[in-house]
Design a protein around this ligand. Structure first.
Ligand code: GLU
Length: 440
């Protein structure tokens, strides 16, 4: 009979045990760059953290207060989530998008990332991922063994999937079950879709019965406060994903929510069954606090308006600087990411022995202390010299109060940005200088 007891350490063969991993997985790129940046800082190195996409802003005060008064909540909650929170999320979608649902259609989870994983687990179908795409969609599909279809978008289309592209893919095998993941405002590009583009995509998805997983985690960080959900045009086939991590500054609280059309309720039930066997339920105090966040109100609206103003000013300024240094950069419309492509500087980079985006970002970090992520982590070809810059390395509380002292009609100019978001402006200066060819 096999003996499964652990061998004493000294008798283990290190080559066997040290190489053990699951399906060749490595830690998520976003998590890895964050931990590496922190370790470098602990060693005393100067690091500009444009790697992990974490909100720089504090959690709004009323939401913190609600967490404080609910710290005593200690019981397990229902696996699908606290009823009051499910109602608040449903009401939030109705209020902000006019999309109808009830509490029955909402599933709460420990982060939308976990819910995405559960969805891929319970749904047997292809996963369609327009690229560039957030770093974890594909690894999740890979862990589960789902078939991934990459749909590369083009800079000329502002990195947006076109309805023709989706149709071209679906027509080849019309009846195949599929989930299309759409993320807008997008990580890593910061661009979003205009209403006619969403309508056109919705029409194709409906025709081929494609389920749309609409990742709207950055919806409230649309710079104009004008986010539009594709669920408005394809309510019967869209699952809307949101959470507290980005617009509410609470990434570490780990709270996400999916809202399903009634016809896909079987998916919600299946995901809840898996949830009940894995995490049981989402943190109780966090759910009580989240009710406050999704109910919104004047204070939260003010917080969001100020956050958008700060991010728009910083994103727009940074994109212009990078363009002047030779990159092509889509104009950011939301979230806190830029996706510059330095392929136009390929020859100069080749002379410095840099031939792919991974080598580019690695050398950039070594030479300048600016931590970024290579485009290859977002599903782009390794030879495309693109990178994601998360412009979040600043004190968000301080920036919000400084912005509030500046009259609304007055733009937050370069001086403001250099005073209150110095780490980011310095990082952008260093990136630009690093790419600028030195005179021979
Ligand atoms: N979504 C954020 C990012 O892309 C961080 C969280 C994560 O990746 O899990 O950087």
């Amino acid at each position: 009979m096999a003996n499964f007891r652990a061998m004493p350490t000294e008798r283990r063969k290190p080559d066997v045990h040290l190489n053990l991993n699951v399906r060749g997985m490595k830690p998520s790129a976003t998590v890895a760059i964050n931990e590496r940046s922190d370790a470098m800082r602990r060693e005393g190195r100067e690091v500009f953290k444009l790697g992990l996409g974490q909100s720089p802003f504090p959690v709004p005060q009323p939401v913190i207060e609600e967490l404080r008064v609910n710290a005593f909540q200690k019981d397990y909650l229902p696996v699908k989530g606290l009823l009051a929170l499910r109602e608040a999320v449903s009401d939030y979608h109705r209020r902000t998008q006019g999309v109808q649902s009830t509490a029955e259609d909402v599933l709460i989870g420990p982060g939308s990332k976990e819910l995405m994983f559960l969805l891929q687990l319970v749904y047997y179908g292809d996963i369609l991922i327009p690229t560039p795409a957030w770093v974890s969609y594909a690894p999740q599909a890979h862990i589960i063994g789902r078939h991934i279809v990459w749909l590369p978008t083009r800079a000329e289309d502002n990195f947006r999937l076109t309805a023709d592209q989706l149709r071209g893919h679906c027509e080849a095998d019309p009846a195949r079950p599929r989930i299309l993941i759409l993320n807008y405002p997008g990580n890593p590009t910061g661009v979003t879709y205009a209403q006619p583009e969403l309508e056109a995509l919705a029409a194709v998805a409906s025709e081929f019965r494609v389920i749309v997983l609409s990742d709207e985690i950055y919806g409230e960080l649309n710079f104009e406060g004008a986010h539009t959900s594709i669920a408005r045009f394809y309510p019967e086939g869209t699952i809307v994903s949101t959470g507290l991590s980005k617009w509410c500054g609470a990434g570490g609280w780990r709270l996400g929510a999916f809202t399903f059309p009634r016809s896909l309720n079987w998916l919600l039930q299946a995901m809840a069954a898996v949830g009940s066997e894995t995490y049981t339920s989402t943190s109780a105090p966090i759910q009580f606090a989240a009710v406050r966040a999704f109910r919104g109100g004047t204070e939260i609206e003010h917080y969001l308006a100020s956050a958008r103003r700060v991010l728009k000013a910083l994103g727009t300024w940074s994109a212009a600087k990078l363009r002047a240094a030779g990159a092509t950069v889509p104009e950011p419309q939301g979230a806190f990411y830029l996706f510059p492509d330095f392929s136009g500087l390929r020859e100069a980079l080749r002379a410095r022995k840099i031939r792919n985006s991974a080598a580019m970002c690695e050398q950039l970090l070594k030479d300048t202390g600016v931590a970024t992520l290579p485009g290859s982590e977002f599903g782009r070809g390794p030879e495309e010299l693109s990178a994601r810059l998360a412009y979040v390395d600043f004190d968000g509380a301080q920036a919000l109060s400084a912005a509030d002292e500046t009259p609304r009609e007055q733009p937050l100019g370069e001086e403001f940005l250099r005073n209150h978001m110095r780490n980011v402006t310095t990082a952008i200066d260093r990136v630009c200088a690093w790419f600028t060819p030195k005179p021979a």
